[in-house]
Write a protein that binds this ligand. Structure first.
Ligand SMILES: [Zn+2]
Length: 193
């Protein structure tokens, strides 16, 4: 495998406009740590690709991954096996365009500045998850972590899709509205005339 991909960061301007594809696997140095940061557990298998494409300073990362890991159910603590495959596209803009950091950067001085900024952060980004990169560098391990975190269920538990409970027994469940009082303690009593 090319030594180039062993690095977990890439200079933003080195990303070609016609896109480049990085093969991902557990044997790639920075990948296991990036996965562990997304979901702590034993990663049994992982493979996929990350395709990067640049339009001026706007970077697009498209991930196609499949994996299996074992971890603890976040509700009952049972050992579970989670097998998942998904495709996701994340967009990254320069740190200086992050609206949350705007107090720390030079305010636009002219209408032209303003137009440039509003043009780069456009409404069509609403459909996509937008992040920001700093020091003109995209951190690939952060991109991978973010993609998995955005895709995973908010509670990784026995009863989720793509999850198999490894331990015997059942997950703890709590009665929800509409399912209450299915237990009728007097149902077996004979009717009295
Ligand atoms: Zn559980």
């Amino acid at each position: 495998m090319s030594g180039f991909y062993q690095q977990s960061t890439i200079a933003a301007m080195r990303i070609p406009t016609r896109s480049m594809t990085i093969p991902l696997s557990l044997s790639l140095g920075w990948v296991p740590n990036s996965l562990e940061n997304a979901i702590a557990g034993t990663w049994k298998s992982f493979e996929g690709t990350m395709s990067l494409e640049r339009m001026d300073e706007r970077l697009e990362a498209t991930l196609v991954v499949s994996y299996t890991l074992q971890c603890d159910c976040e509700i009952c603590g049972s050992l579970i096996s989670y097998t998942r495959q998904f495709e996701a596209t994340l967009v990254y803009l320069p740190f200086s365009l992050d609206p949350r950091k705007s107090r720390h950067v030079k305010l636009p001085q002219t209408v032209k500045d303003l137009e440039r900024i509003s043009h780069q952060v456009t409404l069509d980004e609403d459909q996509l998850d937008v992040g920001f990169y700093d020091n003109d560098t995209l951190d690939l391990s952060m991109v991978l972590t973010e993609a998995i975190v955005l895709d995973r269920p908010s509670l990784l538990a026995c009863n989720e899709e793509d999850v198999v409970r490894v331990d015997e027994g059942e997950c703890v469940s709590f009665p929800t509205e509409g399912q209450k009082n299915t237990h009728k303690p007097f149902a077996n009593l004979p009717d009295f005339e």
